[in-house]
Write a protein that binds this ligand. Structure first.
Ligand code: NAP
Ligand code: F7E
Length: 360
């Protein structure tokens, strides 16, 4: 078993929580950065898994209260621990929000990555510490290609994607200039029951669970026709881990190779609770209706459209398949089913909890 020491930034997010489990299973001592919260407890599904893992693995999982915006915090953390591997996942990860919080998003997502790399270089750790950067398919933007891979030019259209493109280039620059083992994982959308409630998949599965339990009647959504390549977060974190196990650093796309619309996701998720949707109307007047009862279950809210949209994404993970022997294990239908069933169970378990309606 490996006795290596890894740092995961953003450990309390969806991906961080799965990666933490994978690293612990592989014998690592895991350190994670979690932001301090003064006004609420730690209640997201993802963070509850990390806290449970911390309780079970007392000396193997160490959580640090901190923020990647603070270079002095990073310096003292790295000076004390000199990590073997750093998985940099922390980000303002919501694309829609990035149009309203442009400077903040770029500060966290672009300069945050540079702060971490600069910390490694300042402490002379470039021959010891391997660095993983969580890059994104969103950087491909309004691409016209049928599929995107490592050779597709980056063409960001949101502040989120522009910041992630910077993180991509600054990571490859550190590899070329300083010989840092630095990897960009260019990951297409990946989801799970631990996804934040502001992302479209979880927004849908959580609302369907509420509808199923008679707690609400309808979901408000934005662009139903946007297409994404959706996989499962656990599969993708296994891929990220494999990238860091290679002899030489490189960049890899992780994707399923299949594209589906938001509408497809809604239809599939409603099927899990036995509701067949029929569509009528068009544009912002389109509605999704329960074919049996005639009740309106989906409406369009124009405020949920983005100022600029990435309409179509489909990835090719051929390179990861060949070099990492990676392929997604969990199918789209299994993913949707797991998410709907987990949300039904969650509401059953904590029926009185205050759930804020996602306006994202
Ligand atoms: P997530 O659930 O939003 O997790 C991001 C984590 O980063 C959160 O725990 C957040 O903490 C933390 N964070 C944000 N700002 C921070 C700061 N200044 N200092 C320290 N921690 C901070 O996102 P995810 O889905 O796990 O994604 C992980 C990474 O992969 C992100 O970089 C994302 O942009 C990227 N990515 C995700 C996907 C996807 O489909 N999931 C695809 C491609 C790339 P709080 O809980 O305190 O906000
Ligand atoms: O939107 C459309 C929306 O917010 C998906 C992040 O993890 O993946 C994620 O970014 C699509 C978009 O994810 C609603 O317009 C319709 O076309 O779930 P999302 P995203 O923007 O693709 C990438 C790869 C990342 O890197 C990011 O970190 O769904 N959509 N109606 C909606 N989206 C939201 N959020 N809410 C709606 O009501």
């Amino acid at each position: 078993m490996d006795k290596r020491k890894a740092l995961v930034t953003g450990i309390g997010g969806q991906d961080g929580s799965y990666l933490c489990e994978i690293l612990l299973q592989n014998g690592y001592t895991v350190h994670g950065i979690i932001r301090n919260r003064t006004t609420s407890d730690y209640t997201t599904v993802a963070v509850s898994h990390v806290l449970a893992a911390a309780e079970k693995n007392q000396n193997k999982l160490v959580l640090h209260s901190g923020d990647i915006m603070d270079p002095y915090f990073l310096l003292s953390l790295f000076r004390e621990h000199s990590f073997d591997e750093v998985y940099h996942l922390a980000a303002q990860s919501h694309v829609g929000t990035s149009f309203k919080l442009q400077l903040y998003t770029c500060d966290v997502n672009a300069l945050g990555t540079l702060r971490l790399i600069q910390t490694i270089l300042t402490l002379g750790l470039e021959k010891k510490t391997k660095f993983y950067n969580a890059c994104s398919s969103e950087t491909f933007g309004q691409t016209v290609k049928d599929y995107q891979d490592e050779s597709t030019p980056l063409c960001p259209v949101s502040p989120y994607a522009a910041a992630k493109a910077f993180s991509y280039w600054i990571t490859s620059s550190a590899r070329i200039t300083h010989g840092l083992f630095a990897v960009n994982g260019i990951l297409f959308n990946h989801e799970s029951p631990r996804r934040g409630l502001g992302f479209v998949t979880r927004k849908i599965t959580f609302a369907i669970a509420q509808i199923h339990l008679g707690l609400r009647s309808c979901i408000m959504l934005g662009n139903l026709n946007a297409r994404r390549d959706w996989g499962h977060a656990r599969d993708y974190m296994q891929g990220a881990y494999s990238m860091m196990k290679q002899d030489a650093p490189d960049d890899y796309v992780l994707a399923t190779g299949k594209t589906r619309s938001v509408r497809d996701f809604v239809v599939t998720a409603f099927q899990i609770v036995g509701i067949r949707l029929e569509w009528s109307g068009s544009g912002i007047d389109e509605v999704g209706v329960d074919a049996r009862t005639g009740q309106v279950r989906v409406r369009v809210d124009p405020d949920l459209y983005r100022p600029a949209e990435v309409s179509y994404l489909r990835g090719s993970a051929q390179k990861a398949a060949t070099s990492l022997d990676w392929k997604p294990e969990i199918s789209f239908k299994e993913l949707v089913k797991e998410m709907v069933e987990a949300d039904i169970a969650l509401i059953h378990e904590k029926p009185t909890r205050f759930w804020m309606e996602s306006k994202l």
